[in-house]
Design a protein around this ligand. Sequence first.
Ligand SMILES: [Zn+2]
Length: 257
Amino acid sequence: MITGSEKPTPADTFGGGNTGVFVTANGVVVVDTKLAGWGQIILDKIKTVTDKPVTMIINTHTHGDHTGSNSMFPATVDIVAQENTKANMTKMDAFKGDNAKFLPKRTFTDKMTIGAGKDRLDLFYFGRGHTNGDAWIVYPALRVMQTGDMFAWKDAPTLDRNNGGSGLEYAATVGKALATVKNVDTLIVGHSPLRTVPELREYQQFMSDFANAAKQAKAAGKTVDEAAASIDLTQKYKGYTKDRYKAAIQAIYDELK
Ligand SMILES: [Zn+2]
């Protein structure tokens, strides 16, 4: 993992999300490329562990802090993403015109397996959450799963409704990942340190509680501000913050309309 950053400020040190680097017999797979301008730093870091070329990029989802440096890699690199993510990326200014060649070249709907044996990668789509195209990347030989921003931090997630995200479906999507993917121990998450499967299970419970609390607040006639002030899951969920409640509650209110 090449780490990213948890908070987008200060802007000069925010590189974007965590990046997975997987060295296979034939080349290096890079999962998520951080913000624009970080490609050389990623390449320099890879050089410290292997001389093999980068042959594939996988983007977990559309956001610029996970796709921003696709264009810093050779145009021959294979680029893979879930099909909805490719559609979302196609709408971004960063992939217009000549830069369309850095869009995904291959997509999948629910599952894709790449490579075999110790080089195998399993890519899954389990449903809507952060966006409508979040890929979960499993490295079976390493017992590692990369969650992208479906598990970014221990706080309310960003719910990107413009790209199909859903706070109401979020917990069920995480539940599908937990039920489907076995034999992993370590999670590379979106924007914070390595996590474990029990922590993802806890996050699923948190998101279920959070969405229910937002639904109840709306039914009780509370404004988004009132809901953000009154909902507090930091006692039940140790180590969690509530810096991101308001935007997530707003998104759930909008979804309930
Ligand atoms: Zn994101």
